[in-house]
Design a protein. Structure first.
Length: 609
């Protein structure tokens, strides 16, 4: 009983601790890939010019602090703790403001509403951490108003309040951005609701006008439009539009404490049962809102990119085995992982395929889709394309920031191509970061040492593999020829051969597959990969009446599976068994049962029984 009483005394701290742990685990485990996503689209520099550039716009200091913290997302557990700490800070500040306005102890569960709404809003990957920090600054300004109003005698209070709204709020607008307007409106409403009258209404107007006037004046001497200055320059990655959810979060921070000025809310639903009901309601409704705010498909794609970045090939394959990929980017990441594990031509058709897009997604000028493609080109030794994709992705970052990850890729490509001065420029930039500086300094030392690059195992290998006779970018329409040139130049580049074979199979180009297949003798396979076996037996069936006399060392299980497939197919091509294991994961299924290809291919397939 004694311990139970102690527990009831500390129930508020317990709720906050549970919330902290929930937020931290959420970001540290299932959504750590999002932290990597946020970190890779900025590059915080320990440089005075970088600081002055950030602080030259409204909200710049908050943005500078946010970028400083975001760089720690490089270590996901640290990033998760940072977000959890900031979320709890918003909750605690909300509670302090509610208590200042007369909220009872039973209202504590409702103080979690603003941070939960903020959590849900962060389901949009373009929400910047600066928005959270700006909210905390606004809440601090709201609290400071109460300190001035409640703790000072009238003569001093009058002048300090006037100084506060005329000088301090506009000054903080430059520090934190338009989130300060939340504090201005909050103060104005507090004055009107607490002390109704003409004088309070006049003070309310005076509270808002100086800050608004400062915003309007700011628009005349900086490059941003007035709407951007009113909604925030650095709160959201895209300045052209801001989601409605941003205003919902801002309104919750402002309105929730204000409702306790109304007397009946100070005691309403304050019993123990009511506290449990409110806690459960906030937990269930908040959990559902957060769940719905993180759409699975979008964050699966982000996770695939994170796994590619960290080289977790087995996890990519396991993820695809658990749920088949569906978008070109997902498919390309899975195929890339298979290639890195040496399994591409063995397991190609175990996973959903969508043509050559599954190897090389069509180039799009955005900041995300070219990133993993750049990694694929780099590993294939298509260095110029790797650099182009990384560069285009970096230049497409919506808020015009640089990327540590992409800058590192561009630097490596320049070193491989022998463009040392360009590489040095990027390395000097990276040396001013926290998590890329060690690598940058090592590369600078290598460049300063004669012959060191040629001795480096990675760079020397890429220099041997890359196309050297011509300095060209690869053509999307002639990708098989480009892969063939890479492989013919160096037979040790087995990944180029596997991509070549996979490309022809996914394009259903049996003529070129059969033409390039003999090059596999240099790939030193212990056995013919499964996908190639299935293609070879399919090709044989086009020109022979039986499977006797196959010139290749095909596994009996492959021959038997084809016999079963062909028997069912020619009996009834719509038989549901063809779309089930083991037939659904074959080249023949891909070749014959794709609805876009059935009519063309069924004319070629010969009856062999």
């Amino acid at each position: 009983m004694k311990y139970l009483m102690k527990l009831t005394d500390y129930w508020k701290a317990l709720l906050t601790a549970v919330f902290f742990i929930a937020v931290a685990l959420f970001w540290a485990l299932p959504y750590k890939s999002v932290l990597s996503y946020q970190e890779q689209y900025q590059m915080f520099l320990f440089d005075m010019s970088y600081f002055t550039e950030r602080c030259a716009v409204p909200g710049g200091l908050v943005d500078y602090v946010a970028e400083y913290l975001t760089q720690f997302y490089y270590i996901p557990i640290v990033g998760a703790l940072i977000i959890a700490a900031l979320s709890v800070s918003v909750q605690r500040m909300t509670w302090v403001l509610c208590r200042r306005n007369g909220a009872s102890q039973g209202a504590y569960p409702l103080s979690f509403i603003p941070p939960i709404l903020l959590w849900a809003y962060m389901g949009d990957e373009n929400v910047m951490l600066s928005f959270t920090i700006a909210l905390l600054v606004a809440q601090w300004l709201m609290l400071y108003y109460h300190i001035v109003s409640d703790n000072l005698v009238p003569p001093h209070r009058k002048w300090l309040k006037a100084l506060y709204v005329v000088v301090l709020l506009p000054a903080y607008y430059w520090i934190a951005g338009p989130a300060v307007l939340i504090a201005a409106v909050y103060i104005a409403l507090c004055e009107v609701m607490r002390r109704p009258g003409v004088s309070s209404l006049g003070f309310a107007l005076v509270t808002i006008l100086p800050t608004v006037a400062f915003v309007i004046i700011s628009s005349t001497f900086i490059q941003y439009r007035l709407p951007n200055l009113l909604i925030g320059i650095n709160y959201y990655r895209y300045m052209s539009s801001v989601p409605l959810m941003q205003f919902v979060v801002e309104a919750s921070v402002m309105v929730l404490p204000l409702i306790y000025i109304i007397r009946w809310t100070q005691t309403a639903l304050s019993g123990r049962v009511a506290v449990v009901v409110k806690t459960l309601f906030v937990a269930v409704a908040g959990g559902a809102l957060v769940y719905l705010s993180f759409p699975r498909l979008k964050y699966d794609i982000i996770e695939y990119d994170y796994l590619v970045r960290t080289g977790q090939w087995s996890k990519i394959i396991a993820k695809a085995e658990n749920r088949q990929p569906s978008t070109p980017m997902e498919v390309s990441c899975v195929n890339f992982a298979l290639a890195m594990k040496g399994q591409l031509c063995d397991r190609l058709f175990e996973f959903y395929q969508n043509g050559s897009e599954g190897l090389f997604p069509t180039f799009q000028r955005d900041m995300f889709s070219p990133v993993s493609s750049s990694e694929i080109f780099y590993q294939l030794a298509m260095i110029n394309d790797a650099e182009r994709y990384a560069f285009e992705a970096q230049e497409s970052i919506a808020n015009h920031r640089k990327s540590g990850r992409l800058t590192k890729t561009i630097t490596k490509c320049n070193i491989i191509n022998g463009h040392y001065e360009v590489a040095r420029k990027y390395l000097r930039m990276l040396s001013k970061t926290m998590f890329y500086s060690k690598w940058a300094k090592e590369q600078l030392a290598m460049l300063n040492e004669k012959g060191a690059v040629e001795k480096d195992p990675v760079y020397s290998r890429m220099r041997v593999f890359r196309q050297k006779k011509q300095d060209f970018l690869f053509s999307d329409t002639e990708m098989d020829q480009m892969l063939g040139l890479l492989y013919l130049q160096n037979y040790d580049n087995r990944m180029a051969f596997e991509y070549l074979m996979a490309y022809e199979l996914l394009m259903r180009d049996m003529e070129h597959f059969y033409k390039y297949y003999p090059l596999g003798q240099y790939a030193k396979y212990n056995r013919i990969p499964t996908a190639m076996q299935q293609a070879l037996i399919y090709q044989w069936a086009q020109t022979h009446d039986s499977l006797r006399g196959l010139p290749w060392s095909l596994e009996p299980s492959t021959v038997q599976l084809f016999s079963q497939f062909a028997s069912i197919y020619f009996s009834n091509k719509n038989d549901s068994r063809l779309g089930e294991p083991p037939f659904d994961r074959t080249f023949w299924n891909y070749m014959l049962l794709d609805t876009r290809n059935v009519e063309r291919q069924k004319q070629k397939m010969k009856e062999i029984y």
